[in-house]
Design a binder for this molecule. Structure first.
Ligand SMILES: *Cc1c(COP(=O)(O)O)cnc(C)c1O
Length: 452
């Protein structure tokens, strides 16, 4: 007979559901499957932890967002924000749905080109574009969104040298009533920097000013802030029309719509508080439609939504390594995934569901990751049924930023699987191995040998 493990007994009260002002807490239900695939089988086949992406959820979310805007405004174009999740299979689902690419580095720009996005449908944002990046973007007729004057002058020089007229927009930052203002990016609206940049472009005819861009923040809970941004960009566009007789082809309102996650410290759940696509779309389209454009001169509305389109489609499957008692008697559960791969646990209280049946009792616990580092806390306090070694959990709403901001620290990064429309799983990123990591290391000859 296998020896039973001894755990020092502690007496704690188990809860059958805490009441809050809405009544008793909703009972937990196990989440045993993701898109028709059993969690246990996915983990057996692809390892634990494992990121799973639902193609059905991506397409449905995209269609919801697109419908919210196209039913209110005549010309709408989405551009997929690569940094939010740039696994190529994910990008291509968005490209199949009609999204252009929005990139913020040379690396991401090349990724979009490799995915066969036409250069003219790549929006190049961000403060760090090298001269080589800019040359390539000009060569490919991409949309270059200028962040600062040094970049503006460099593009001007390259335009003369290459004898081309680059298509550019300027990024505009502004007061939308949400603070702090993200004024480190682009040119300020209120203090006249934006007009200064516009004049510099319009007065010398080396570039074509095709658009105006703003990205006012991220996880913005106020649709009204977008209304203000859209009004201010429209005001600039109408001013350009008046002063230079030039129609601005598009207004790009950037990203930043909230996903259904719950921010740390928030009393209510994200599913109940985050605005809907309809609310954002209403604020933006009303502002542009009321700004005073002639109907035939209405600019194209571009959106670079990231997290709101992909967060819900991603889940992280993981397993329990161990339970222990902390010195003060609290229950601690150690999982096989930590902040190294779940970077967003620094600011969200993710919904976490057990993946198998459990008792009706719950106990507050601290949820730790597997790293040998004190910062590796997934949740300071979560109410869960007691889980035992090798039990599985599903962490919900993790599709945004985790698969790009994850760190190869102490452990290697796990595989990513996409479940297709017919509920068939496909590996879209292999689990890293020692050779993945060592393939970029070099050992100087003189360090190859040692004697101990
Ligand atoms: C990050 C980023 C986005 C996407 O932001 P979300 O908050 O994920 O929607 C869009 N545009 C720009 C310029 C960005 O930097």
């Amino acid at each position: 007979m296998k020896k039973l493990q001894y755990e020092r007994p502690v007496i704690t009260r188990l809860n059958t559901g805490v009441t809050n002002k809405f009544g008793t807490k909703t009972a937990f239900t196990p989440v045993t499957h993701v898109d028709g695939n059993e969690v246990k089988t996915l983990i057996a086949n692809y390892g634990s932890p494992l990121f799973v992406i639902s193609e059905q959820t991506i397409r449905k979310t995209f269609k919801d967002a697109n419908r919210a805007f196209t039913t209110r405004y005549p010309k709408v174009q989405f551009a997929w924000s690569y940094k939010t999740n740039y696994i190529n299979a994910v990008c291509n689902v968005f490209h199949q749905e009609g999204s252009w690419a929005e990139v913020v580095s040379g690396f991401e720009y090349h990724k979009a080109l490799n995915n066969d996005v036409p250069g003219s449908k790549i929006i190049f944002n961000g403060p760090d574009k090298t001269e080589a990046d800019l040359r390539l973007a000009i060569e490919n007729n991409s949309l270059i969104h200028i962040d600062h004057l040094d970049e503006l002058y460099l593009i001007k020089e390259l335009a003369v040298e290459m004898n081309k007229k680059p298509r550019v927009a300027i990024r505009v930052n502004m007061d939308t009533g949400v603070y702090p203002i993200w004024d480190r990016f682009g040119f300020n609206y209120e203090n006249g920097q934006a007009w200064d940049a516009i004049n510099k472009i319009m007065l010398n005819d080396k570039m074509e000013l095709v658009g105006l861009h703003s990205h006012i923040g991220t996880f913005m809970l106020s649709p009204n802030a977008y209304g203000i941004a859209a009004s201010k960009l429209s005001d600039l566009a109408l001013g350009i029309k008046k002063k230079y007789k030039k129609n601005i082809q598009y207004l790009d309102l950037g990203g930043g719509f909230a996903s259904k996650n719950t921010l740390k410290g928030s009393y209510l759940q994200g599913v109940d508080t985050s605005p809907t696509f309809d609310q954002y779309a209403e604020a933006i389209s009303t502002a542009i439609l009321n700004a005073g454009f002639l109907e035939e001169e209405l600019p194209l509305l571009i959106l670079e939504s990231g997290r709101s389109l992909i967060d819900e489609a991603g889940s992280l499957l993981g397993s329990v390594i161990s339970n222990k008692r902390l010195s003060d008697g609290r229950r601690a559960t150690i999982m096989d995934f930590g902040v190294n791969i779940l970077f967003t646990s620094f600011w969200y209280d993710h919904k976490i569901s057990p993946a198998q049946d459990f008792s009706q009792y719950t106990e507050d616990a601290v949820l730790y990751g597997p790293l040998c580092m004190n910062i590796d806390v997934i949740r300071e306090n979560i109410t869960l049924p007691p889980l035992k070694r090798d039990d599985h959990v599903v962490v919900h709403t993790v599709g945004a930023y985790n698969m790009t901001q994850w760190m190869q620290f102490i452990a290697m990064r796990p595989a990513v699987v996409m479940i297709d429309m017919d509920e068939k799983p496909h590996i879209i990123r292999r689990r890293e191995t020692l050779s993945t990591i060592e393939s970029v290391e070099m050992m100087p000859e003189y360090l190859k040998k040692f004697k101990l």
